[in-house]
Design a protein around this ligand. Structure first.
Ligand code: FMN
Length: 199
């Protein structure tokens, strides 16, 4: 554990701050205990309201300014992204005192190589959600009036519902809390420019 009294390099260096944010996101993909494992994702609802939900962060590609999560093709968020691809993500790590906010555009991959690779890389337990019937979000007459797959064959039959969502990241904003002075920075990934902001 780093000494909390020491000032880390990212506190006074924009490049280091961005690299720190990417490292935390990458850790979130691998470490299910990391707060970055389950960020909140916001879409614009079909009625114009903001809509938020938790997802599991499945991949990050700093060099391409992308991240990936998986969802069900039948989910409301997929219909919302089809109408307006603008999304935002948020996560906060209380131990590292780091908030990361991301804005980007989402693209849904259902049948191409991106989707196929993501499906192949998923564990059976993760694949099982895509074989639930009826569709996620449908009103049901009783709390348990839905069915889960009972066999591997039934799980695999859920493949048409599986989608990988790639978010092309436009901006990353970081807020790091410290007694010596908070640090807030915003990075435009298209231009590569970063700036410190008043926290
Ligand atoms: C810890 C946790 C992880 C979740 N991971 C995912 C996920 O990776 N993908 C997903 O579509 N939903 C995930 N969910 C469920 C969503 O939060 C949400 O309830 C569901 O996707 C329906 O959202 P929608 O109706 O806005 O599409 C997760 C929920 C929790 C609590």
């Amino acid at each position: 554990m780093p000494d909390p009294r020491e000032t880390p390099a990212f506190a006074n260096d924009l490049d280091e701050m961005l690299a720190h944010a990417w490292r935390q996101l990458a850790r979130g993909v691998k470490d299910r205990h990391s707060p970055f494992h389950c960020p909140s994702v916001a879409t614009i609802g079909l009625d114009g309201r903001p809509r938020l939900r938790t997802v599991v962060l499945r991949g990050v590609e700093p060099s391409a300014a992308r991240l990936r999560f998986h969802t069900d093709r039948r989910a409301f968020k997929v219909a919302e992204i089809a109408v307006d691809p603008r999304v935002a993500l948020h996560a906060y790590d209380p131990a590292g005192k780091l908030q990361v906010r991301i804005e980007g555009r989402a693209r849904v991959h259902a049948t191409d190589a991106v989707a196929e690779d993501a499906w192949t890389g998923s564990r059976m337990a993760s694949r099982a959600c895509y074989a639930t019937t009826p569709s996620p979000g449908e009103v049901i007459p009783a709390p348990d009036a839905f069915t889960l797959p009972q066999s591997d064959a039934e799980i695999l039959a859920g493949r048409p519902h599986f989608t990988a969502v790639i978010v092309e990241i436009d901006t990353i904003e970081t807020l790091w809390l410290a007694h010596s002075g908070h640090r807030r920075a915003r990075f435009d990934l298209a231009t590569g420019e970063g700036a410190w902001l008043v926290p």
